[in-house]
Design a protein around this ligand. Structure first.
Ligand code: GAR
Length: 198
């Protein structure tokens, strides 16, 4: 049966667009909702243009009450009965309680070669460390931040003179290839990791 995918965003939503566009024809999933925790972001407009239902649960309206924010997020999600959640540039840390509700059904894309550089400023940290390669990772979400089983990675060399921006500019297009490739497998029940370039 076709899986229903909800995509969570906080900004521009380029990964969301790549995921949504991939779910056509014989793909085992379809997008059912795009939800943002930030109002008026470009990603919401882009989702609407793609004909996907959208919602916004603005975390700032909950004044730091994570439990109340997540309860609102959960009700927005369950209304659309998703089978899979894809975090795509979703910049809120989720509690263990929330994550556990979606155990084995939630993916995230992170702009580093995990387990290196969990958290923020990944490209700057890779350059500062003198690494020779960087990349991105799609993983299953578990309660610990950026830590779940790895379902795919894409790598690029770090070039002399790279800045966090130039590196991000080379990695983002790979994110757009990797995430759809992983989701396609995952939605079909296949957790074999994807490696790009193959
Ligand atoms: C992407 O690079 C994604 O990997 C990163 O945010 C960007 C979102 O771009 N995610 C994280 O840093 C999560 N910790 P997008 O909104 O254009 O997809």
């Amino acid at each position: 049966m076709t899986k229903r995918v909800a995509i969570l965003i906080s900004g521009g939503g380029s990964n969301m667009v790549a995921l949504a566009r991939s779910m056509t024809r014989d793909h085992p999933a379809r997008p059912c909702l795009v939800v943002s925790n930030v109002p008026d972001v470009a990603g919401l407009e882009r989702a609407e243009a793609l004909g996907i239902p959208t919602d916004c649960v603005d975390h700032r309206q909950f004044n730091g009450d994570r439990v109340a924010f997540e309860a609102a997020l959960q009700s927005a999600l369950v209304e659309h009965t998703p089978d899979i959640l894809c975090l795509a540039g979703f910049m809120r840390i989720l509690t263990a309680e929330f994550v556990t509700q979606w155990d084995g059904r939630m993916l995230n894309i992170h702009p580093s070669l995990l387990p290196k550089y969990k958290g923020l400023n990944t490209h700057a940290r890779a350059i500062e460390a003198g690494d020779t390669e960087a990349g991105c990772t799609v993983h299953e979400v578990t309660p610990e931040l950026d830590d779940g089983p790895i379902l795919g990675q894409a790598r690029v060399p770090i070039l002399p003179g790279d800045t966090p921006d130039t590196l991000a500019g080379r990695i983002l297009p790979l994110e757009h290839q990797l995430y759809p490739a992983v989701l396609r497998r995952y939605a079909a029940g296949d957790r074999t990791p994807v490696h790009l370039p193959s």
